[in-house]
Design a protein around this ligand. Structure first.
Ligand code: TNX
Length: 536
């Protein structure tokens, strides 16, 4: 009896013990399911290969880990901020396989990536941001959603390159902790794409826009017209695209953007805080227009379409009234579909226009552009006309003309051909069919090692709006060729525009650049693997 009682008590005790154990282990399992908190892996924010280099970085030595539960918390219900947060979530979802729900929360919250836009942060300007990463949250602060967008590009570079993949990866996603305070040095940081010599589709231009966005650039200049092709629909002058847009260099089929397609590009760019600057190159570089409309020629005879690569042989007829009627129609239609403040009127290489005619023409076109409430930009040749102080001069060659711009009180965009032309070859041996060399070879170090504010003596930072790297496409007929000339030099121009020259130097840049080949590889970009760089 005693024995059996003992047994009962023993088995009861056992059961209680078991229950208690199960209870505790369930609590433990539940707790760890709800909040898994492994110690953050030590990571050094100072060792990250940011391009462009942020103004100030401080490291905390730990990391923030991202889970499926991590949300993107925004502090307002503005549609703009929601759109930017959604853009970020879309970048992160494929490779992580996580949800990244975008939610509105008044306060910063633990475990989340917080985007906070505040009126009080006006010292950050439109594009500045402060990014604080601790082991329990990420906080990105800005004065405008635009600053959040630029900061997102920084966070993006904290992820391993596998973040670019389209399928979920078996990776622990951790971001190095610390603080970054960042703001651009120049407000204008652009690239130009010549879609006239060779036509590129809307999708291809969007690809280019995404490259610019990734490296915090904010201007996409489209060289829409030249001797070899007119690429933008003008409703009052339909033959410009019908005839003038039909071919390209080499005689292949050309192409053009309808106004609807152009508006789509403008919208796509503006969602990435990139301004589209349309260029209608006049009075030279106009064979495509002259071939489309005989009445634009002084002798009323339309020339043949041109598919070669010479420059400086065409000119509008300066004395004809119809020339200005034409210019007014074109500028009016372009202005109505361009929300940005600028219209570029080219004005370069007017070798086929008499000097006094050129001056008269540019003066008139400048008035037409201001009649349509836009600011004119012209290549540095326009300084021979009576340009207004509000006009912007794009310097590409001849330093005297850059200095003349100052005498007119005009500001400059710096695109020195010897340093900033993406269509120049890297050297004399690599890819001999691709690129030109009239301005010399531009290796990756030469592309990086210059300063806009000292390039032309007497022209300082106050006279400079910013920098732009143009890609002329006489020799560039597809995306692979484009990628080879653009990468990696684009990254250098992005840093020259964004980061102050006192924090930039080649030795440090070249190590950071070496890391970016991992991203190029993920993106399938055919970059130029310069021997100067120790590629990862
Ligand atoms: C000069 S740069 C040009 C273009 C050519 C380019 C080729 C400038 C304003 N005009 O017409 O495409 O050189 O590098």
């Amino acid at each position: 009896m005693q024995h059996s009682n003992n047994n009962k008590i023993q088995s009861l005790m056992k059961n209680i013990h078991h229950l208690v154990l199960t209870f505790f282990s369930m609590c433990f399992v539940l707790a760890s399911c709800q909040k898994p908190t492994p110690a953050p892996t030590p990571k050094d924010l100072l060792k990250e290969s940011f391009i462009p280099k942020p103004a100030k970085v401080e490291a905390f030595g730990s990391s923030f880990r991202i889970y499926n539960e991590t949300q993107i918390a925004i502090n307002s219900n503005s549609n703009e901020l929601k759109r930017v947060a959604e853009y970020f979530a879309q970048i992160l979802r494929p490779a992580t396989g996580f949800d990244f729900n975008v939610v509105q929360k008044e306060e910063e919250s633990k475990g989340d990536i917080n985007f906070i836009v505040s009126e009080k942060l006006s010292e950050l300007g439109n594009e500045g941001y402060t990014l604080t990463i601790t082991d329990d949250k990420v906080v990105l602060l800005a004065h405008k959603s635009e600053g959040i967008f630029r900061g997102i590009q920084t966070i993006r570079q904290l992820f391993p390159p596998e973040i670019e993949r389209t399928e979920p990866q078996n990776i622990i996603w951790e971001l190095a902790s610390g603080i970054i305070n960042d703001q651009p040095n120049y407000s204008y940081r652009g690239s130009m794409l010549d879609v006239s010599r060779h036509f590129f589709t809307v999708e291809e231009v969007k690809q280019y826009i995404d490259w610019l966005a990734r490296y915090k650039m904010n201007v996409m200049h489209l060289h829409l017209t030249d001797d070899q092709g007119w690429r933008i629909e003008i409703k009052k002058w339909p033959k410009l695209t019908e005839i003038g847009g039909s071919t390209e260099v080499g005689g292949e089929k050309g192409g053009y953007y309808t106004q609807e397609q152009y508006k789509d590009l403008v919208r796509y760019a503006s969602e990435r805080y990139i301004t589209i600057i349309p260029e209608i190159d006049v009075p030279g570089h106009t064979n495509a227009a002259l071939a489309s409309y005989p009445e634009l020629n002084c002798d009323d005879k339309a020339p043949e379409l041109y598919t070669g690569t010479k420059v400086g042989f065409s000119s509008f007829c300066i004395e004809k009234e119809i020339t200005y009627q034409f210019m007014n129609d074109v500028i009016s239609e372009i202005a109505s579909i361009t929300p940005g403040p600028y219209i570029h009127i080219g004005g370069d290489e007017p070798n086929a226009t008499k000097k006094e005619d050129y001056i008269l023409f540019i003066n008139k076109v400048q008035d037409i552009v201001s009649d349509h409430k836009k600011i004119m930009i012209g290549w540095n040749e326009v300084v021979s006309a009576e340009i207004k102080p509000t006009t912007i001069v794009q310097f590409w060659t001849r330093k005297e003309e850059a200095k003349e711009a100052l005498e007119h009180g005009a500001k400059l965009i710096m695109s020195p051909a010897k340093r900033a032309y993406l269509d120049m070859k890297y050297d004399s041996i690599t890819n001999p069919q691709l690129g030109l060399n009239w301005a010399g070879y531009i290796e990756v170090d030469k592309a990086y090692n210059w300063q806009p504010e000292t390039y032309v003596p007497e022209i300082g930072k106050d006279n400079i709006l910013g920098i732009e790297c143009p890609l002329w496409t006489e020799t560039v007929s597809n995306m692979d060729e484009m990628e080879f000339l653009v990468f990696p030099r684009l990254l250098g121009y992005s840093e020259i525009g964004w980061s102050k020259s006192d924090i930039r130097n080649w030795e440090d840049y070249k190590t950071r650049l070496g890391y970016h080949s991992l991203i190029f590889k993920e993106l399938g970009i055919d970059y130029y693997a310069s021997k100067l760089i120790d590629w990862k």
